[in-house]
Design a protein around this ligand. Structure first.
Ligand code: NAD
Length: 493
């Protein structure tokens, strides 16, 4: 398999103008370099944007069902190569093989789904108040769009952006995360393989500062779709606001799982372990707070520790491993800092808390699954996103207290309640300030046909996935046709 990639511009892989490269390494074994990639600068971004601009007029006039056909073929190729892509993902990003397969599957599902949306792409017809006049709405593509993605879902998240952008008639420049450029290159190759016209999808590799920032600043880029951290998202939002660009942000979160006394405890424990430690806690929907009613806190904590104690930590290619490494050294250090901060703030570690450095773990970024007890809502570990295998138990005495605690952060992506009391469940549905609310299901594992996104600082009101994904990349245009043969004046009565 090819492992050296430049940038994909105007239908060809080309070297970057900087001549610089960077390696992508395996988080489970830093000595294994999975590939070498262009470290691009503003001139490369400009080339990609110019190619996208050239491709735009034809692409926006291509009938939407024809745009769908390309996506359908992408989905079919990915289906055939699912295992191969999943293995590359585990080697490049670390997550377990089963989770990598699920990541590719999510991309396949979404490509199928969006391909179907291309056969719909509905507008409305709306009655006119004047005779012999019809009115309708239709979607109009925004133009050239910049797609900036994180590393934690290296196939699914890029497809969450590329698929609706292309169906909408936009042409795109994709800047993948610098930790997962091989997955991005393989995905781009698939779009090339299905014969997508040159310039419709371009890829520019590089860092956020070097390539991402130039994409945001480029005057011909009409919209930015960004998934990543709050700090970077805030900076992008400010720039886009000044330039009057569309900007959609999917940022961090501090998700919670509420356990009430009537919960099926074993199920709540399984969901907590899965939600907190899948992808080593590196999901924007990860369960990083466990808000547990005091009546069940003891048995819940006991069962959780028992479950967590059984987790094997190691290389994601090992089928017995449940907890894979975190993405890189910087992230490992950040997580370890939060673990010591939690202790300083007065929370107690009841599981894990250590970096694993024995023979089996010597060359990777492994952290034991960590559970805090006695976490309180004002602690930084209860309010800030850690993005690692760390969760904490907070105790509450009522559903109202639980909802108040859950809402007590600036984020609002995903929250679950475990209870069979319909009042508790509807109170949560009504009062939780989260874009995703689950009852008796974990905080992670959103399906692609429903809108996905968060409230408060998790985003800026846009939604990905579901039919709403098209709103990111289109403007609504109102078209009115008067066939009365005379000048008709609205409202002049
Ligand atoms: P990050 O913000 O560091 O980087 C994300 C992307 O932005 C990368 O491609 C990076 O190169 C680029 N970037 C960095 N600085 C930039 C700049 N100044 N201008 C333009 N682009 C820039 O985030 P990350 O570490 O890759 O991902 C983890 C974060 O992503 C977490 O906060 C997580 O919660 C969030 N996330 C959110 C969702 C969601 O849907 N809400 C999904 C996945 C991840």
């Amino acid at each position: 398999m090819r492992t050296e990639y430049g940038n994909f511009i105007d239908g060809e892989w080309v070297d970057s103008t900087t001549g610089e490269t960077f390696p992508s390494a395996n988080p489970a074994d830093r000595n294994e370099v999975v590939g070498t990639f262009a470290r691009s600068g503003p001139a490369d971004v400009d080339q990609a944007v110019q190619a996208a601009l050239r491709a735009y007029p034809d692409w926006m006039l291509t009938p939407v069902p024809q745009r769908s056909d390309y996506l359908l073929r992408v989905a079919l190729i990915l289906e055939g190569r699912k295992d191969e892509f999943a293995e590359v993902m585990t080697r490049e990003m670390g997550k377990t093989l089963n989770e990598s397969r699920a990541d590719v599957q999510e991309g396949i599902d979404f490509a199928h789904y969006m391909s179907g949306e291309g056969r719909r792409f509905f507008g409305d017809t709306i009655p006119a108040e004047l005779p012999n006049k019809v009115q309708m709405t239709m979607r109009h593509p925004i133009g050239v769009v910049g797609l900036i993605t994180p590393w934690n879902f290296p196939i699914a998240i890029p497809l969450w952006k590329i698929a609706p952008a292309l169906i909408s008639g936009c042409t795109a420049v994709f800047k993948p995360a610098e930790d997962t450029p091989l997955c991005a290159a393989l995905l781009t190759d698939v779009f090339n393989e299905v014969g997508l016209p040159p310039g419709v999808l371009n890829l520019v590799n590089g860092t956020g500062e070097g390539a991402g920032s130039a994409l945001v600043d480029h005057p011909d880029v009409r919209a930015i779709s960004f998934t990543g951290s709050l700090d970077v998202g805030r900076a992008i939002n400010e720039k886009c606001a000044r330039a009057m660009k569309r900007c959609s942000l999917e940022l961090g979160s501090k998700n919670a799982l509420i356990v009430m006394p009537d919960a099926q405890l074993g199920l709540a424990v399984e969901a907590s372990a899965w939600g907190a430690f899948a992808t080593s806690g590196q999901r924007c929907t990860a369960t990083s707070r466990l808000i547990v009613h005091e009546d069940v806190r003891e048995p819940f904590t006991e069962q959780l520790l028992d479950r967590v104690g059984k987790m094997k930590v190691g290389n994601g290619l090992d089928p017995d491993v449940e907890l894979a490494p975190v993405i890189n050294e910087k992230q490992k250090n950040r997580v370890m800092e939060y673990i010591s901060l939690g202790q300083q703030e007065g929370a107690t570690i009841i599981a894990g808390g250590d970096e694993l450095t024995g023979d089996e773990h010597a060359n990777g970024y492994f952290i034991a699954p960590t559970v805090f007890d006695e976490m309180t809502p004002t602690m930084r570990i209860a309010r800030e996103e850690i993005f690692g295998p760390v969760t904490g138990v907070m105790r509450v005495g009522s559903i109202d207290e639980a909802i108040e605690a859950a809402n007590g952060t600036e984020y609002g992506l995903s929250c679950s309640i475990y209870s069979h009391d319909i009042t508790n469940i509807f109170k949560c549905a009504q009062q939780l300030e989260f874009g995703l609310v689950y009852a008796n299901a974990p905080t992670i594992g959103a399906e692609i046909q429903v809108p996905f996104g968060g409230m408060k600082s998790t985003g800026n009101g846009h939604r990905e996935a579901g039919p709403q994904a098209l709103d990111e990349f289109t403007e609504w245009k109102t078209v009115a046709i008067d066939f009365s043969g005379k000048l008709q004046r609205a409202q002049m009565r």
